[in-house]
Design a protein around this ligand. Structure first.
Ligand SMILES: Nc1ncnc2c1ncn2[C@@H]1O[C@H](COP(=O)(O)OP(=O)(O)O)[C@@H](O)[C@H]1O
Ligand SMILES: [Mg+2]
Length: 372
């Protein structure tokens, strides 16, 4: 069974998307993991980092973004398989071949407004839960790139994923953003919340004394479970955000000390995931989603007007996936990138393609290169 992580800080510009991309590419290139990235930010920066804009436009034309999936499941007829919204072979790193993406769309915030207007929050959370449950049976790691701010969908991810990694700059505003996330977790604790996997310090400029102080403060707080490795501010990490149409090697994208720290951080993430998987071999039953207001909860969980409406979650849950293709968490940590597609990765691609065929000829799985 795979594991799921939301990368979240209520502060923007702390490197959430950069960390998701670097983690996904390192898990794929160095550890042979199958990684599903879910871009849950209406800014779509994760999507544009992992695929060429023309590929994204192709998926938009085919109605294959996260917003299309969520709209169908939560506001529409509930008949869709999330696997049809996954692009395979994304990333411009030629040795990271097992990174998959559900791209986002700028209309995500309009969708969230409509969910609120129609009081479908409980349905949204159920769809999120089901997607994660199924995706974790197919991928080693599911990474959710969250926007800053506590939107409706972000709240669902935070309550349904297993773990959260908040990246933070070692500065006042980013640390305040982290504090808001902690406060939010404590405020509605009964509704479930992702376990803190560890705070990741990013964008550290070693020449600024105040950043050393913030770094030390963050590390000293045991609640933060800070990763030992931090990612320094480097121009080439900034350039990593620009999708390279010509493809590049992993080392060309992540050279030098920042590349080393990204690989060290990835190892720490894998070690912690492994430890948690060992500590919790059987997943405990999860409480049902609960809305904040008890009266509203009853109304929202079974809205009278919707009692005859098909329950979309079950429709997807009943689509059995072949457990034989499910890759299990592997903790191998090779010292150099794997050169070829792993068998498990091919199985994921095959599962996605067979799902696409069963749905008819509506898509060609994106290969991350510019669409024709
Ligand atoms: N370690 C780093 N060194 C240099 N630039 C970085 C680093 N991490 C992120 N950036 C840059 O900082 C900006 C914000 O990063 P991004 O990942 O988009 O943040 P967020 O998703 O939290 O809004 C981007 O331009 C990105 O390229
Ligand atoms: Mg971002």
């Amino acid at each position: 069974m795979g594991q799921s992580i939301a990368v979240m800080n209520t502060k923007g510009g702390v490197g959430k998307s950069t960390v998701v991309m670097a983690l996904a590419e390192t898990l794929s290139a160095y550890h042979g993991k199958n990684v599903l990235v879910i871009d849950s930010d209406s800014q779509t920066s994760m999507s544009s980092m992992l695929m060429h804009i023309s590929s994204w436009e192709q998926m938009e034309r085919q109605n294959r973004t996260l917003v299309d999936y969520m709209s169908t499941m939560v506001l529409g007829n509930g008949q869709a398989s999330w696997k049809d919204f996954v692009a395979s072979g994304v990333s411009d790193v030629d040795d990271a071949r097992s990174v998959y993406l559900i791209p986002s769309h700028m209309e995500l915030s309009l969708f969230e407004r409509e969910v609120s207007a129609q009081q479908r929050e409980a349905e949204l959370r159920a769809v999120v839960r089901n997607l994660l449950d199924e995706a974790q049976r197919m991928f080693d790691v599911v990474l959710v790139d969250c926007p800053p701010g506590l939107s409706l969908l972000t709240e669902c991810w935070l309550r349904e994923v297993q773990f959260v990694i908040p990246p933070t700059k070692p500065d006042y505003l980013a640390v305040r953003g982290l504090a808001i996330l902690k406060k939010f977790r404590e405020q509605y604790a009964a509704q479930g919340f992702a376990e803190m996997l560890g705070v990741l310090i990013n964008l550290k400029d070693g020449r600024i004394a105040s950043e050393e102080d913030w770094h030390a403060k963050l590390m000293a707080d045991p609640e933060n479970k800070c990763f030992e490795s931090h990612i320094p501010r480097r121009a080439y990490i900034q350039r990593a955000a620009d999708f390279d149409m010509g493809k590049r090697t992993y080392i060309a994208k992540y050279p030098g000390d920042a590349g080393q720290s990204i690989r060290a951080m990835t190892k720490e993430v894998l070690t912690r995931l492994h430890e948690r998987a060992m500590a919790m071999p059987v997943a405990p039953p999860r409480p049902a989603p609960v809305a904040r207001n008890a009266t509203a909860t009853a109304q929202r969980m079974v809205p009278p007007a919707q009692q005859s409406r098909p329950v979309p979650v079950m429709a997807v849950a009943e689509q059995a996936m072949d457990p034989g293709v499910v890759p299990h968490l592997r903790v191998a940590t090779p010292v150099r990138p794997v050169a070829a597609f792993s068998p498990a990765m091919s199985a994921v691609t095959a599962a996605l393609e067979s799902s696409a065929r069963s749905e008819g000829p509506r898509l060609a799985v994106s290969d991350g290169k510019p669409a024709k």
